[in-house]
Design a protein around this ligand. Sequence first.
Ligand SMILES: NC(=O)C1=CN([C@@H]2O[C@H](COP(=O)(O)OP(=O)(O)OC[C@H]3O[C@@H](n4cnc5c(N)ncnc54)[C@H](O)[C@@H]3O)[C@@H](O)[C@H]2O)C=CC1
Ligand SMILES: O=P(O)(O)OC[C@H]1O[C@](O)(CO)[C@@H](O)[C@@H]1O
Length: 377
Amino acid sequence: MAKTAVHFGAGNIGRGFVAQFLHASGYEVVFADVSEELIGALQRQPSYQVREVGEDAKTHVVDGYRAINSGTDEADVVAEIAKADLVTTAVGARILAAVAPVIANGLQARSGSADRLAVLACENAIGGSDMLADEVRTHASAGNAVFANCAIDRIVPEQAAGTLDVTIESFFEWVVDRTPFDGNVPDIVGVTWVDDLTPFIERKLFTVNTGHAATAYSGAERGLETIREALAEPELEAEVRAVLGETKQLLVEKHGFSAEEQQAYIEKTLNRVSDPNLRDTCERVGRGPLRKLSRHERFIGPAAQLAERGHAAEHLLAAVGAALAFDVPEDAESAQLQKLLSSGRPAADLTAEITGLGADHPLFPSVVEVFERRLAG
Ligand SMILES: NC(=O)C1=CN([C@@H]2O[C@H](COP(=O)(O)OP(=O)(O)OC[C@H]3O[C@@H](n4cnc5c(N)ncnc54)[C@H](O)[C@@H]3O)[C@@H](O)[C@H]2O)C=CC1
Ligand SMILES: O=P(O)(O)OC[C@H]1O[C@](O)(CO)[C@@H](O)[C@@H]1O
């Protein structure tokens, strides 16, 4: 009998990466999403294409899936989870709390089954599956599930409207913590199973995502539209390289990557994000600035660790300053950020609320200065 995977989030990474790999691994994929437009299209159309660009580009056809609107037909999703082999998500880290009740109900509906359900939150976040597990446990015991953290890396820019097809870079990395599975990991092609995820997720988040977001915020501040255009500005590229020089210091010191290996990873990242075949905008990459400025994310996360080790993080702090200037009214978090910054509240309060840093943290005073400069206009 075919294995079944229930996948939450039929967006870019969901269709273009996670579902394609699950399909290639022999799973029947059941998409769950709250977008009626997407779910309707998936229900009407029996297949879609994932088109790689760049070196060794291939086109993959994904078919044999089903799709359920988890907003309107939650009971159907619960029934699928009750008999599924795997649950994955690619909805955004801050949406995990919204999908948790459905997963909890699905776990309760499996109470007769001896098989523990594997759950992978494929989000850009440290400990994404742990976050999901914590949320699920507020609704159900979840003892019959195995939550494993992962790092997922593949650039999928905004796609053309009105098509399910996805244009994507050919590079990918999907690294999953094997330790929760007691030697019985799910069979998924392309996954690298590791005993210690921390070096991989920190290297990914603090290089690819730090560099990408720093480019986006500086590019947006200068009125540039695409990431490629932004990195073509020598001064901006030098700033981004300086930011990545700081995270390199942390990653080399903390995780023992060699300096040469980390520099090669940086060069590969800068090539990937400025791929001429993928038009990616500063707006998309900068989306969600409140999440990106939070405590364990791509700027404050490494800057705090550098400060704890007695190192400077002036370029990361400059990137924080550029992030504070990200003003895109269509992006809910950007609108909320700008509202907070114009609220008249003191810089120290805003620093604590937005970054989650405690006033006693060694990084705190320098972040307050960044906020003060922004408030002073
Ligand atoms: N696009 C990229 O290049 C990469 C994205 N990621 C991560 O993957 C995740 C998804 O990103 P994208 O696919 O780019 O975003 P996206 O916006 O294209 O897709 C997110 C999907 O989640 C759906 N959704 C929202 N709320 C939901 C709910 N309550 N229940 C079910 N579905 C819901 C949305 O309707 C949308 O279809 C994020 O955590 C992102 O950080 C990770 C690596 C690369
Ligand atoms: O929602 P986020 O964190 O910006 O996720 C998308 C990011 O992930 C990446 O694909 C890197 O894997 C970047 O392209 C992009 O900036």
